[in-house]
Design a protein around this ligand. Structure first.
Ligand code: ADA
Length: 567
């Protein structure tokens, strides 16, 4: 299942998770040939560097399995994430290609006869001219089908996506809904769409969609008797869309919505009209045993730890997350800053504009209805100093606003006093590492005051809400010493405790995201300089998600702040 709940009661869905055949770097006589032989059996989802003997494999891997269809309908293949370039073949024939391992995507194939067929996916995770977003960096870039996948048998005219935006007017909630219908066939099709939420139903009327095209129908559900969604009280409602052919129900899509509005008032963040303080972590989707392919149980445990820590917030550094993680945040109540797959990327890469634009469109398109997501972000630590960098920050932030004007937008900056883009986002977000890369525990307060004073007097970000989007200290799990030097668990615990004390009591700061929740692997080729253990060790939990000493220190500070702020 791509999600944590059932998305279709009418549409026929079968999982593609389970056993697949796999061959890494296969020799073929002709580039157009599929592999003659597969050398391993693997279980999907998986990150291929977790397979014994392939710990450092980077290249092209081939995956194969068989699937069955009735032959009565077009077949939609839906993938949660394939890292990073996938070329899909059915019965030996190429049917599609997709780039970007961190966004969901789909492929609709028509004319498949009833019975069994062969599905082959050629997956490439190499770096180079073909890949602007998956680049060498401070986290390992995996390969494989890392998230769940499924096949769906859809009618020629089917429900592609639903986009729902809650609105609060004079104490009453309404829901603006858009339903995207897609016609996979050649013939023009007619259907009637309807949506329902919280006991209210809305008929969106009859729609005619030309062959091989899509059309959106929109409507508004008003006077809803619903309770608002917040991290403290994550009230969720089922949103169902149905498609009829005459009187016959031919397709459906189920999602969930939460009723909340996020806004800025002066220098504050407001949720449903009340000040909001974001307390939490940057989190990489990584575990030593599973690589970047996390089982939902690991995600759920992470969310439980975040709640235990007193946190209400994660930043999905540095890419869109698995939809099941976003579902858990909706269910358990964690605010999410979700960002495009774009950390320290170069704007001059030949595929950059096309690939980052597609990433933003897919992220917002597939994740639109999660109430947990309150911020869309892009371009972590990219060029925010030059005129061309400013232009690109403006383009990306506006693109996010066009795709969804109901959330706030930001980017995390390490350009500091040279940043020329601060007028562009809704929130100014600083990656600021006092007491690790510079300064000491004693200089935390003066260092942040200096930056924020500059922001409020000399920059175009004057008076905007501030999130300290990264700060932290490294520690090796189990390395303890009375001396409390760098890399000890004690140093990390003391540093995070003081950073949180200062930042969460600072009148100009509306949110904090510690770098980082869990330790994360870096490539052993030291693509990112010499990180000890080939790991970014700044996690509060280690690469197996085992708490370090800092866990208790963070927990104490987060709960202090929660009590003080009353939420
Ligand atoms: C950066 C970057 C992170 C990580 C961090 C660190 O700010 O955004 O991905 O590399 O620094 O640990 O230094």
């Amino acid at each position: 299942m791509l999600r944590t709940f059932v998305e279709h009661r009418v549409r026929k869905v079968a999982s593609l998770d389970g056993c697949w055949n796999f061959v890494p770097n296969c020799e073929r006589k002709d580039a157009a040939d599929l592999p003659a032989k597969y050398t391993r059996d693997v279980f999907v989802p998986m990150a291929w560097e977790t397979l014994p003997g392939l710990e450092h494999f980077r290249g092209t891997g081939w995956m194969r399995r068989r699937f069955q269809v009735t032959g009565e309908r077009p077949v939609r293949f839906a993938f949660g994430g394939v890292l990073h370039t996938a070329t899909v073949y059915i019965d030996g024939k190429k049917v599609g290609k997709h780039y970007d391992g961190f966004v969901p995507w789909d492929l609709v194939v028509t004319g498949l006869a009833g019975g069994e067929h062969e599905l082959v996916i050629e997956i490439n995770n190499t770096f180079g001219k073909h890949s602007a977003l998956h680049v060498r960096g401070d986290h390992y870039s995996s390969g494989g089908i890392i998230r769940p996948a499924e096949i769906q048998e859809v009618p020629p005219l089917f429900i592609d996506k639903i986009f729902a935006t809650p609105k609060l007017t004079r104490g009453k909630w309404s829901l603006n809904v858009r339903v995207l219908l897609r016609n996979a066939g050649r013939k023009t099709m007619t259907g009637r769409a309807a949506v329902s939420v919280a006991g209210e139903k809305l008929d969106l009327g009859e729609v005619t969609v030309a062959g091989k095209s899509s059309l959106e129908v929109a409507g508004k559900l008003t006077g809803l008797k619903v309770k608002p969604w917040s991290a403290e009280k994550p009230n969720l409602y089922t949103l169902a869309a149905e498609l009829f052919d005459g009187d016959q129900l031919v397709d459906d899509k189920i999602d969930r919505v939460g009723f909340r509005e996020i806004k800025v008032a002066g220098s504050k963040l407001m949720l449903n009209g009340k000040p909001l303080y974001l307390r939490g972590y940057n989190r990489h989707e990584f575990h030593a045993q599973h690589g970047q392919s996390l089982p939902v149980e690991v995600m759920a445990r992470d969310v439980q730890m975040l709640k235990d820590l007193g946190c209400n917030f994660i930043r999905t550094s540095h890419y869109p997350n698995d939809m099941r993680m976003l579902d858990l945040c909706d269910e358990f109540g964690i605010y999410v800053w979700e960002e495009t797959n774009s950390t320290s990327v170069g704007f001059k890469h030949p595929r950059y504009t096309e690939q980052i634009t597609a990433c933003a469109e897919s992220m917002v398109g597939w994740h639109f209805n999660h109430p947990a997501i309150v911020i869309w972000a892009t371009l972590n630590e990219c060029d925010a100093k030059s005129p061309s960098g400013r232009k690109e920050h403006g383009r990306m932030l506006n693109l996010l606003r066009q795709l969804d004007g109901s959330r706030l937008v930001t980017y995390a900056s390490c350009a500091w006093k040279d940043d020329v883009c601060l007028d562009l986002p809704d929130i100014v977000s600083w990656n600021w590492y006092t007491a690790w890369y510079w300064g000491s525990i004693e200089t935390i307060a003066e260092s942040i005051d200096d930056l924020l004073k500059w922001q409020d007097t000399k920059s175009k970000g004057k008076g905007k809400p501030v999130i300290i989007s990264e700060f932290g200290a490294g520690a090796f799990y189990g390395f303890r010493s009375q001396e409390k030097g760098k890399w000890t668990e004690e140093y990390q615990a003391d540093t995070l405790s003081e950073l949180l004390r200062v930042y969460m009591n600072h009148p100009r700061i509306s949110g904090v995201a510690i770098w980082q929740f869990n330790d994360v692997r870096i490539s052993h080729q030291q693509d990112w300089g010499a990180r000890p253990r080939c790991i970014n060790n700044k996690g509060t939990v280690d690469e197996f998600h085992r708490p370090k000493l800092a866990y208790e220190a963070v927990k104490k500070r987060m709960h202090e702040a929660r009590r003080r702020l009353g939420s």
